[in-house]
Design a protein around this ligand. Sequence first.
Ligand code: XIL
Length: 302
Amino acid sequence: ASTLGAAAAEKGRYFGTAVAASHLGESQYVSTLNTEFNSVTPENEMKWDALEATRNSFTYTSADRIVSHAQSRGMQVRGHTLVWHSQLPSWVSGLGATDLRSAMNNHITQVMTHYKGKIHSWDVVNEAFQDGSSGARRSSPFQDKLGNGFIEEAFRTARAADPNAKLCYNDYNTDGVNAKSTAVYNMVKDFKARGVPIDCVGFQSHFNSASPVPSDYQANLQRFADLGVDVQITELDIEGSGTAQANSYSSVVKACLAVSRCTGITVWGVTDKYSWRASGTPLLFDSNYVKKPAYTAVLTAL
Ligand code: XIL
């Protein structure tokens, strides 16, 4: 196949990208998106601050633009993200425990009901664990006020709201085998043992020279898959350029293809022109929408 999406589809996977609604009027952006990708993740438009800036008043305009674009082109949509400590309105962090619990459950229910039947996978909870060796939960309004049970509660509420969406836990620095990924692994194992609904784990996979593609990436994906969940590479970008960057991309694709439950890969943007990464060139198309060596490496590996 000659495009990322078609090549991934031949392997039973999707190949997606983060999309910003603000660029959907740019013809080169849209033509690259439409030609190459068969899944999209709204980069910011489904975050809590974008959807519910004021309590119980929901604004879906920008997120709906992305979803209808995707639907009209037959692309899947990953929902990102329902419960996260970042891009969270201050009204949420100011609530006491009782109100926070009902606000969290209401947010999940309202948003998932609005998009019911349109979302392939939801990142129900994002980044709930600390970096480093402790394996502990990250401090957040949800963790600090509701305790460890907030993740389980969020997943149970999500399952009730849209029983057909796949429910994912998503995080970064969990790509290799380490204390943080093992803490997530133990949570997923516990959820599966107790029947808490969870279908997938997302590995953000933001890589750079300080945090390269881990040598045990495939082994880590496989140990999660062996728990009975799908795994997805959800926010892939790799800083660098040329052959080194291309080789890193290739190794990520090969790791996913080697794990039968690795169901898809999403890169965190269409073009270097709009990447969120400071150093600027972590994606598959350069700022003029020219295919980079990394693009060719991905297409070849697929
Ligand atoms: C980033 C977006 O790309 C930026 O535009 C925004 O300013 C900050 O968030 N982990 C996540 C994503 O789960 O939502 C983040 O996206 C990148 C890190």
